[in-house]
Design a protein around this ligand. Structure first.
Ligand SMILES: *[C@@H]1O[C@H](CO)[C@@H](O)[C@H](O)[C@H]1NC(C)=O
Ligand SMILES: *[C@@H]1O[C@H](CO)[C@@H](O)[C@H](O)[C@H]1NC(C)=O
Ligand SMILES: *[C@@H]1O[C@H](CO)[C@@H](O)[C@H](O)[C@H]1NC(C)=O
Ligand SMILES: *[C@@H]1O[C@H](CO)[C@@H](O)[C@H](O)[C@H]1NC(C)=O
Ligand SMILES: *[C@@H]1O[C@H](CO)[C@@H](O)[C@H](O)[C@H]1NC(C)=O
Ligand SMILES: *[C@@H]1O[C@H](CO)[C@@H](O)[C@H](O)[C@H]1NC(C)=O
Ligand SMILES: *[C@@H]1O[C@H](CO)[C@@H](O)[C@H](O)[C@H]1NC(C)=O
Ligand SMILES: *[C@@H]1O[C@H](CO)[C@@H](O)[C@H](O)[C@H]1NC(C)=O
Length: 460
C-alpha cells in the first residue's frame, strides 16, 4: 500500500513540475518575441532608449566578422593604453621603489642582481613594451604601454632584436653617471649568454636623449664589440614596440659586491683588449704612480708644487715611476693604457676618477677636495670611494683643503656649495701629502697583483 501511494504522489509532482516548466517556457518565448519586436522598433523609429545602449547595439559584431579571432585581435589592438613615462604623482620621491618612470610596473628583484624589467616576460604575461613620444624636455609627454605581439597598436613600428632602455636620473654624458647607468646592462648580459643589444633607448628623467658621452660610448663599444646604436623616435603618432626590451632605472642598485666586481673585471678586460694593450708585464713599472690632473674647476692651484711632492716620494721607492697626465687631452685608449700601469692614482674629485676601475685590482686611490665639500657636498662626494670598493680597489682616503675662498653666507648654507665651493680649486699641504704618499707607496708591494695579465676575458 505505502509503495503504491508514494509512486502516485511522485507522478503527481512530476506532472505538476512539467506543467510549471511548460509555463516558464511559454513565458520566456513570449518575452523573446516581444523583445524581437521592440528591437525592430528601435532600429526603425528610435524609441526612448538611452543613446549609449543604442550605440552598443549598432556596433555588435558585424556579420562580416565571421572570424571571431580577427575580431578579438582588433579589439585587443584598440585596448592598448599608453601612460606617461614620467608620473608626476611621484615627483617627491622620483627614485624610490617603482620610481616615477614607468611607475605602474615593478622591477624583478632577484637577490644580488640589478633590479630590472624584461619584456616580454612572465610578469608582463607575454606582452611587449611599446614606447611613444618624441619629447626631449618633459618626460610626462612621452608614453609607454604593454601590448601582445599579435595585437600591436595601430601605426606601431616593430623594432626587432634586443633593445636596452636606460633611465638615468642624472645623465649619459658624465663618465661616472653614464657608467653607473650601463653597469646593470652589462651584468644582465653576463647572465644571459652575453646577449648584446641591437639598439639603446636613453631617457633622462623621461626625456629622450640621442647622445651619450664619448668615453661611455667607447667603453660600450669595447664591451659589446660594436658602437651603441641609439634609437631615434621621429613620429609622435607612431609608437615603437620592441621584440625584446630590458629596462634599467636604478643604476647598479641592488647588485651585490660580487656582481659588481664581476662586471668591472669584465669591463676592464674588454677595454684592454679593445685598445690592444698587451699583457707584457715587462713594460709595467714595479710601482706606478699617476697624477691625473684637471684644468679649471677642482684643479690644483699649483700643479707643479703638487707634482714635486709626489715626484720626491716616488723617487724614494725602488722601481717607482711617476706619470703626470691631464684627463682632458687623453684619448680613451690612452686612459686605459695609463691605468694599466698605475698602482697609485692621485687625483682631485671629478669624473676623470671614473677611470680607476681600469687599474689592476688592489690598486690605490688618493682623492682631493676643495674647501667646503666635506660639510656641504652630501653623499655624492663618496662616489669614488664606493666605485673603488665595487671594482676591487683601495680608496686610501681623501684630503679636504682647509683653506679656500670665503663664502658670504654661513659655512653650512647650501648656496655656498653652488656659488663658491663646487668648482673651486685645491691647494696643497706639502707635509701632509708627503707623509700620505709615503704610507700608500709603502703598501703597494704587499698587494700582490694576481690579476693583470688577462688576454682572454673570462666570459663572453
Ligand atoms: C582568422 O583571423 C586570424 C587573424 O587575422 C587569422 O590568422 C586566421 O587565419 C583566420 N582564421 C580563419 C579561419 O579565417
Ligand atoms: C625574475 O627573474 C628570474 C631570473 O631570471 C626569473 O626566473 C623570474 O621569472 C623573474 N620574475 C618575474 C616576475 O619576471
Ligand atoms: C687593435 O688591433 C686591431 C687589429 O690589429 C686593429 O684593427 C684595431 O684598430 C686596433 N685598435 C686600436 C684601438 O688600436
Ligand atoms: C708653485 O709652487 C712652487 C713651489 O713648489 C713655487 O715655486 C711657485 O712659485 C708656485 N707657483 C705659484 C703660481 O704660486
Ligand atoms: C695636455 O693638457 C695640458 C694642460 O691642459 C697641456 O699643458 C699639455 O700640453 C697637453 N698635452 C698634450 C699632449 O696635448
Ligand atoms: C668594501 O666594502 C666592504 C663593506 O663595506 C668591505 O667589507 C670590504 O672590505 C671593502 N673592500 C675594499 C677592497 O675596500
Ligand atoms: C699640514 O699637514 C700637517 C700634517 O698633517 C699638519 O700638522 C699641518 O698643520 C698642516 N698645515 C697646514 C697649514 O694646515
Ligand atoms: C689583494 O691584496 C690582498 C692582500 O692585501 C691579497 O690577499 C689578494 O690576493 C690581492 N688580490 C689580488 C687580486 O691581487
Amino acid at each position: 500500500m505505502t509503495t503504491r501511494a508514494s509512486v502516485w504522489r511522485k507522478l503527481v509532482t512530476c506532472i505538476s513540475s512539467l506543467k510549471f516548466f511548460l509555463t516558464i517556457l511559454c513565458l520566456v518565448s513570449t518575452i523573446f518575441v516581444i523583445l524581437q519586436i521592440s528591437s525592430f522598433q528601435i532600429t526603425q523609429c528610435s524609441l526612448s532608449l538611452p543613446p549609449a545602449l543604442l550605440t552598443y547595439l549598432k556596433h555588435q559584431p558585424d556579420q562580416t566578422f565571421e572570424n571571431k579571432t580577427a575580431y578579438l585581435v582588433e579589439k585587443l589592438r584598440e585596448s592598448v593604453t599608453f601612460l606617461p613615462l614620467k608620473d608626476l604623482r611621484f615627483s617627491n620621491k622620483p627614485q624610490e621603489g617603482h620610481t616615477w618612470f614607468m611607475s605602474s610596473l615593478l622591477d624583478n628583484q632577484t637577490r644580488g642582481e640589478a633590479q630590472y624589467q624584461e619584456f616580454p616576460s612572465d610578469s608582463s604575461k607575454g606582452r611587449v613594451l611599446c614606447l611613444k613620444g618624441i619629447d626631449g624636455h618633459d618626460g610626462s609627454w612621452n608614453y609607454y604601454a604593454l601590448a601582445w605581439p599579435e595585437a600591436l597598436p595601430t601605426n606601431a613600428i616593430f623594432q626587432e632584436g634586443l633593445t636596452f632602455v636606460s633611465y638615468s636620473h642624472w645623465d649619459h654624458g658624465n663618465l661616472w653617471h653614464g657608467l653607473s647607468a650601463s653597469v646593470p646592462f652589462v651584468s644582465w648580459s653576463l647572465r644571459n649568454q652575453c646577449e648584446r643589444p641591437q639598439k639603446w633607448v636613453l631617457y633622462h628623467r623621461g626625456e629622450l636623449r640621442y647622445w651619450m658621452g664619448h668615453w661611455l660610448s667607447e667603453i660600450l663599444t669595447a664591451t659589446y664589440g660594436e658602437e651603441p646604436q641609439i634609437l631615434h623616435f621621429v613620429d609622435e603618432d607612431k609608437p615603437v614596440c620592441f621584440e625584446k626590451a630590458v629596462v634599467m632605472r636604478h643604476n647598479e642598485g641592488g647588485m651585490s659586491r660580487e656582481r659588481r666586481l664581476e662586471v668591472f673585471d669584465h669591463l676592464r678586460c674588454k677595454a684592454r683588449n679593445y685598445c690592444n694593450i698587451t699583457s707584457d708585464e715587462a713594460s709595467k713599472p714595479r710601482v706606478g704612480m699617476t697624477l691625473l690632473l684637471r684644468t679649471g674647476a677642482r684643479s690644483f692651484k699649483n700643479d707643479s708644487a703638487v707634482i714635486n711632492v709626489f715626484k720626491r716620494e716616488c723617487e724614494r721607492v725602488d722601481g717607482c715611476v711617476l706619470s703626470v697626465a691631464y684627463s682632458n687631452n687623453l684619448t680613451f685608449c690612452e686612459q686605459v693604457e695609463l691605468m694599466k700601469k698605475t698602482d697609485v692614482l692621485v687625483s682631485p674629485h671629478g669624473a676623470q676618477l671614473t677611470n680607476l676601475f681600469l687599474m689592476d685590482r688592489n690598486s690605490s686611490v688618493m682623492e682631493f677636495f676643495p674647501k667646503g665639500w666635506l660639510k656641504l657636498a652630501g653623499v655624492g662626494q663618496l662616489v669614488y670611494k664606493w666605485g673603488a670598493n665595487w671594482s676591487g680597489m683601495r680608496h686610501e682616503g681623501a684630503w679636504h683643503d682647509p683653506f679656500g675662498e670665503t663664502c658670504k653666507f654661513p659655512d653650512t648654507d647650501k648656496r655656498c656649495m653652488s656659488l663658491v665651493y663646487k668648482n673651486a680649486m685645491i691647494g696643497y699641504n706639502e707635509t701632509y701629502f708627503g707623509e700620505w704618499a709615503r704610507l700608500v707607496l709603502g703598501k703597494v708591494p704587499e698587494h700582490n697583483k694576481l690579476y693583470g695579465s688577462l688576454d682572454v676575458c673570462p666570459q663572453c
